[in-house]
Design a protein around this ligand. Structure first.
Ligand code: SF4
Ligand code: SF4
Length: 364
């Protein structure tokens, strides 16, 4: 049988451009979905996610109480990481406008969610980022997260004061840190990323972020740098804490271990390295029914740079808008939205493998 996958081609690292800028066929979300729905699954070698969760009474997957509003303020980023599920990079021009931010602020003021989670790209690169943070902080949401890639803090003088800015608005900083060694970090995220990240972490620690007993929360996110699943989150947190403290005197609060989902650049990587089928087998084999009830989409709404609503950031990147009458922030209605079926596909196996995976780490 002929493979439905694109022809494998060795990828030079690090990549300099997004899939979109390279006109890669995977920049088309319907092509990604064709791969995820076809091949191994259509041929019956692996079960569809839908059938797996149906067996335990979770299909259709339904939301529980909304807890997290995740807002993606744009796909522009100073990095072009190999595994990026957003396909972010300096060449991505999709940026949330102030008008859309104003619509988000109305929602933030009235939401029942206790957590606001700003993400990107590098959210700090949105020209209205600081205005938005200042305004959003006034709503007094309990946990206000900004996902920072760390290197942005050292990318340009205009960002050097970000640690002070975060502190001023009591922002909870969650930062990617693929590993505590230079080699593994730079392999995934590009040359020089490790050193800049260390410097940024030291700057955050100097403001009190991540220090034992400090209310200024600093958490790190680990995701594997290859076609394998993350190890035990608690064990890794211990290793990260020990190594970063010993080598650089760095402190942080928690480590979240996140599974790479087979979409966008990670899908491209899997195909280019001829690991796609093995990875899907690994995800399905590691399926943990106990993780299903708490997958991220059951308590989150994801909002894109142009105001569309999604079940999660991954569905956003596959352009799978919510299955609801309310599809855009301008029509936002939490009660109507909460009465919907969540859209799933085979990428969802990434959220239920092992101890499960979400933007806040394990879920089971
Ligand atoms: S993984 Fe994060 S830091 Fe890397 S390119 Fe994507 S958005 Fe940027
Ligand atoms: S990928 Fe999104 S929709 Fe699928 S299980 Fe994970 S959070 Fe839910």
């Amino acid at each position: 049988m002929e493979s439905i996958l694109p022809k494998s081609k060795k990828v030079k690292k690090p990549m300099q451009k997004s899939l979109k800028a390279r006109d890669n066929e995977l920049a088309a979300t319907n092509r990604q979905l064709e791969i995820l729905e076809g091949g191994l699954f259509a041929e019956g070698e692996l079960p569809y996610f839908k059938d797996k969760i149906n067996k335990i009474g979770h299909f259709p997957l339904r939301p529980k109480k909304l807890e997290i509003l995740q807002i993606n303020v744009g796909y522009m980023c100073n990095q072009v990481c190999e595994h990026c599920h957003v396909d972010a990079g300096p060449d991505r021009k999709e940026i949330m406008t102030r008008d859309t931010m104003k619509q988000c602020l109305e929602v933030i003021k009235n939401t029942g969610a206790h957590t606001l989670d700003l993400t990107g790209g590098a959210p700090e690169m949105n020209p209205d980022f600081r205005w938005f943070v200042e305004e959003a902080a006034k709503a007094g949401i309990k946990d206000f997260i900004v996902r920072s890639n760390l290197t942005i803090i050292r990318a340009n003088k205009k960002y050097y004061d970000l640690p002070d800015f975060f502190k001023k608005h009591n922002v909870h900083v969650i930062s990617s840190m693929p590993h505590y060694t230079r080699g593994k970090t730079d392999k995934q995220r590009g040359d020089g990323v490790f050193d800049k990240s260390i410097k940024a972490l030291q700057e955050l620690n100097a403001r009190g972020y991540g220090m034992p007993g400090s209310d200024l929360r600093l958490d790190l996110v680990y995701n594997p740098s290859g076609a394998y699943l993350p190890g035990d989150q608690m064990a890794m947190e211990k290793d990260f804490k020990k190594a970063l403290d010993q080598d650089f005197g760095i402190q942080f609060h928690n480590l979240f271990a996140i599974t790479n989902l087979p979409i966008a650049r990670f899908l491209d990587y899997l195909i280019a390295s001829e690991n796609y089928e093995d990875y899907m087998y690994a995800l399905v084999e590691a399926y943990n029914p106990a993780a299903v009830a708490n997958v991220m989409c059951t308590n989150t709404i994801s909002i894109s740079w142009d105001g569309w609503l999604y079940d999660c950031d991954f569905n956003q990147m596959l352009d799978l808008k919510v299955a609801s009458k309310v599809k855009h922030i301008k029509d936002y209605n939490e009660d109507v939205l909460n009465d919907r079926n969540i859209i799933i596909s085979q990428h969802c196996y990434g959220c239920t493998a092992g101890a499960g995976s979400s933007c806040q780490g394990t879920v089971a």
